[in-house]
Design a binder for this molecule. Structure first.
Ligand SMILES: [Fe+2]
Length: 501
């Protein structure tokens, strides 16, 4: 490599999304040799071409930085999706409960990603081909992944299938939720995966390993089974997790149940009025959409009020910050909606303390929040987008997000009421899921959306839906407005009890 370190763009992308695609790493000859050997010999024994992919200098260069210390091979290559039983199974990964041997850490510019899945594309994978999928930002989950998301029964729109060209290298934190969906591509799926771990991380269990009980010192055999289990830890059994040695304070015993025993002082509260899927989505992405909050009559009244006072709309500057992608005309806003004459203020005053919103605000930032005024964004065709802003780096009191002891902490939440349908073709609100946990500076190309790195996500909504997002902590903005129908979003802010801005 002709540079010393990964760029900030690469660090930012891996840190926010939990994966990174390095384009055009392999030569045509390397791709052809890998495909030829896979056709003729499979993955075992390891052919020369697949050995070269395992030890490829570009891969080693990235692993040295991503793992943060020396790395080692943990799993020999396998063709993803080659085994029928891989396909359609639950996703693996996630960060709750935390696996210290595979976890992702980033603090004060030090990073340790204890497990990395390196996937070589030896054939193209187009959008919609299926196969390898992942959930961006899930390497930093604080909330347990709902079962429906793992199985795909209800993935909440979170699953992403990366598009790859032959010769690309996909690096994925092992705790980024990932798995296999049925392959729909035209040609064969040719994704070759190698597993790497940090030098000190626990290796994956090899079921064929020799039984180390036989090589233990003689005196170990004189111990009780409980004592032997404690002396030898996971070497006592060749399974992971090893059986738990439990104690009630009086006696110890071995619990053969195949799960980790790690007690918590907290239990889930079924009376918390928190929808667990919503909490998961909020923690993962930094925003949440409540569907169908407004009925037709309310929508009509709100739209009519804006039409009535259209002459008060003020066209401000274009907040595109010189972006090519977001360029356009100034943004038309109608402010002071709560102070419009009666009855035109009513549809907006109804938004101030709507139960659907208040219920969520209470678990998002705790009680004591206060509502600012409301502004309707009334973009017309050609109105500029809004350069991406906010995010949790650099850290400031107003842009932090924490999850601690079962509570989320976020001191500024924006609530955007949709008065018209909005699709990606129309433009409007975009965000970067996971940036409320970002630890690297936002790259300029991401801010402008000129080089979005596949991270920027548009949020489609119907009239009557309500979007809640972390105003300071989640990176967000807007695409230019391209529809003949006006954008109609009523934007309000709820500041938490701690902040006084
Ligand atoms: Fe904003």
């Amino acid at each position: 490599m002709d540079r010393e370190q990964m760029s900030n763009e690469e660090n930012y992308c891996f840190d926010v999304a939990g994966y990174l695609i390095v384009r055009d790493v392999l030569t045509k000859e390397e791709i052809a040799a890998g495909n030829r050997d896979l056709d003729q010999k499979g993955t075992t024994p390891l052919s020369e071409s697949l050995g070269k992919l395992r030890d490829h200098p570009v891969l080693a260069w990235y692993l040295n930085q991503i793992c943060g210390e020396e790395f080692q091979l943990d799993r020999e290559p396998r063709l993803i999706g080659d085994d029928e039983k891989d396909v359609g199974g639950p996703l693996v990964g996630g960060n709750e409960p935390r696996d210290m041997a595979r976890g992702y850490y980033q603090q004060n510019d030090a990073r340790f990603c204890q497990g990395v899945l390196a996937v070589w594309a030896l054939a193209d994978v187009e959008e919609g081909d299926g196969g390898f999928v992942l959930i961006p930002a899930s390497h930093k989950n604080y909330v347990e992944t709902p079962k429906d998301v793992l199985t795909g029964a209800d993935d909440m729109g979170l699953t992403v299938q990366p598009s790859l060209k032959a010769g690309d290298l996909l690096l994925c934190a092992e705790t980024t939720l990932h798995g296999m969906r049925p392959w729909k591509g035209k040609g064969p799926q040719r994704l070759l995966a190698y597993g790497y771990i940090a030098k000190t991380a626990r290796r994956s269990i090899d079921p064929d390993a020799t039984n180390e009980k036989e090589s233990a010192p003689e005196w170990i055999a004189e111990l009780t089974p409980v004592q032997r289990a404690v002396m030898q830890g996971q070497n006592f059994y060749h399974t992971y997790p090893p059986p738990a040695v439990k104690s009630d304070g009086e006696t110890c015993w071995i619990d053969e149940a195949p799960e980790v025993h790690h007690p918590s002082i907290y239990t889930r509260d079924p009376e918390s009025a928190i929808d667990e899927k919503e909490l998961y989505f909020w923690d993962l992405c930094g925003h949440l959409v409540l569907r169908n909050v407004m009925d037709a009559a309310w929508l009509e009244a709100a739209n009519e009020a804006i039409d009535k006072f259209a002459d008060r709309i003020v066209v401000g500057g274009a907040p595109d910050k010189g972006s090519k992608t977001l360029a356009g005309t100034g943004r038309p806003d109608l402010g002071g909606l709560f102070e419009l004459p009666k009855p035109y203020c009513d549809p907006f005053r109804e938004m101030i303390a709507h139960p659907a919103v208040i219920q969520r605000l209470n678990w998002m930032e705790g009680s004591g929040f206060r509502c600012g005024n409301a502004t309707a964004i009334c973009s017309v065709k050609g109105t500029a987008g809004h350069a991406l802003h906010s995010g949790s780096d650099p850290a400031r009191p107003g842009n932090s997000y924490f999850f601690q002891n079962g509570r989320t902490y976020c001191d500024s939440v924006n609530v955007a009421w949709q008065l018209h349908d909005v699709t990606e073709a129309d433009g409007g609100f975009v965000c970067l899921p996971g940036t409320h946990k970002a630890r690297y500076p936002m790259p300029p190309g991401v801010q402008s959306c000129d080089e979005p790195m596949g991270l920027v996500q548009h949020v489609s909504m119907k009239a009557g839906d309500v979007l809640m997002f972390m105003a300071g902590a989640q990176t967000h903005g807007a695409y230019p407005w391209k529809s003949d129908t006006q954008r109609r979003t009523v934007l309000m802010n709820y500041m938490g009890r701690h902040m006084f801005l």
